[in-house]
Design a protein around this ligand. Sequence first.
Ligand SMILES: [Zn+2]
Length: 527
Amino acid sequence: MKLLYNANIHTLDESDSQVSAILIDSGRILALGEKGMLDSLAHGKVEKQDMKGMTILPGLTDAHIHIQYYALSLGKVDCETKTKDECLRRVAERVKKAKPGEWVLGHGWNHNEWSMSGEWPTINELDSIAPNNPVYLTAKSLHAAWSNTSALNLAQITADMPDPKDGKIQRDENNRVIGILLETAMQLVERAIPEPSIESIANAIESAQPILWKMGLTGIHDFDRRDSFMALQHLHSQGKLKLRVNKNIPVESLDHAFELGLRTGFGDDRLWIGSVKAFMDGALGPHTAAMFQPYVNEPENRGILNMDGEQLFEHCRRAADVGLSMTVHAIGDRANHEVLNAYQQLRQYETERGLPHLRHRIEHVQVLHPDDAPRLAKLNVVASMQPIHAPSDMLAADRFWGDRSALAYAWRTQLNYGAPLAFGSDAPVESPNPFLGLHAAVTRRRADGSPTAEGWYPEQKLTLSEALSAYTVGAAYAANAERRLGKLSAGYLADLIVLEQDIFSIDPNDLLTMQASAAMINGEWVL
Ligand SMILES: [Zn+2]
C-alpha cells in the first residue's frame, strides 16, 4: 500500500477535483482526500511518501502514435545539425561502435541549412568515415537520402542504372553516382536494409518507454501494424510493457480478425484491441488530402480519395458484425465528408441489427466543410486530433487551403458541438511530447511565438483543462477504458505523473519545457 500526501492532486474527476493525498493498493487507487482520513483507511504495511507540494495528474495518453517507428527512429543518428561536419562526426562515432557490415542509419539533415549554395553532401565524405559499413541518412523532408558506396553496392545501384519512375539517382558531370537519392530512388536502398526483428523492435520500444514517461505519457494508442503488435506482446509477456496500449489493427487484416472473431476491447488492461484503421486520403504536405474544391493555385488538384463512403461502409459493416469499432484517417474536407456518410450508415446499421453503438473515430479531422462540422457530435464519433499539427502546418494550410483553414484543426468547434475529443501526436511525424500539444492547443502558436501573440485562428483555442481532458478522459473514452483510466478516482488504475510545477498556474510558454519528475504505472514508480 502507498500513501502519497502533501501533494497538489488534480483528479480530473468532477466530484472532487483537487485533493492532497492519494492511497494506492495493488495497482489501483483505493481512495483520495486528506492525509488524516486516508491514514485511517490504510492498514497493514503502508509506504508513506511526502510529495512536498508537487503536482500530481493522471498519466497522459497519446491517442495517435506509431510506436514501432517512433522507437526505431530514436536509434538513428540524429543528423538535424547546424553543420555537415557535426553530422559526419556523429555518424563516424556510430560507425566506430558498429560491427563490420552493420547498417548505420540516420535522419534529419537539410543541405540548405548546411551551405549557402545548397550543394549536396558527397559520397566521398561518407566513404572516408565508413569504408566498411553501409550508411543511409534520410533528409528531414524524407524526400532525399544520402548514402555511401557500401550502401549503394548492397542496393546494387550502379552508374549506368536508369532512374526509377518518379525518382532520381543523382550523378556528377562524369556520370558517377554521388550517393544522393531522390524520391522513389530511396526505395532502392531501403529494400536492401534488413527488416528489424521483433526482438529488436521490442528492445527499441523498451528503451523508448522512459523517454515517454518523462514526457508525462503512461498510455498510447498505437497505429503501427503486425510487427509492432508482436513486439508489444513480447514485452508484455516478459512483464516489461509499462505503458497502457490500445492496439489498432489495419483494415487489410479485417477479414482475418472477422474469421477469428476478434473484438474491440479484447486483451487486458495493459494491451487491448482498439479499432480497425482505414485510410481515406493522403496529406496536406504532398497535396493529396481529398478536398471538395481544388488546392489554391492548382485548379486541377482536389487531392486523392482512396474510396467513397459506400466502399468504406462495406468495411464498417463487416467490422460491426464481429464487434470491432472503426477508425479512419481523413485529412481533407471531402475525405471527412465521406467518412461521416459511412458512419451515418453504420449507426443506422447498428440500430437496425441491435448491435452496440461502438466508439468509432476519425483520425486527424484536419479540415471540415462547414456543413459537416456538427456531424461528429451528432453521430457520437471521436475526433482524434493532434494539436501540434496546427502550428506545424499553419503556413501550408493558409497557402494551399486558403479560407478553408477557418475550420482546420478546429478542436474548439468540435468540442462546442459536443464531439468527444482525443489528442495525440502522430509521432514520429511530430514529437510525442503531450506538453507541446497542450501548448499548441491553448495558444495556437509555435514555440517561437509565431504567427502572432493571439495565435492562428485564435477562436479555436481550448482552455488548459479542456485540452488536458483530451489527453486523459477523452483518450480513455476513445479506447473504451474510461471506467479504469483517464482520471484519479477510487477504483481506477494507479497511473499518474508528478510535476514540479502546477500546470494550471504557469505561463503557457512554460509548457514547452515541462517534464514529469516521476511517473507511476499500476501503482509502481517507473520513473
Ligand atoms: Zn498516423
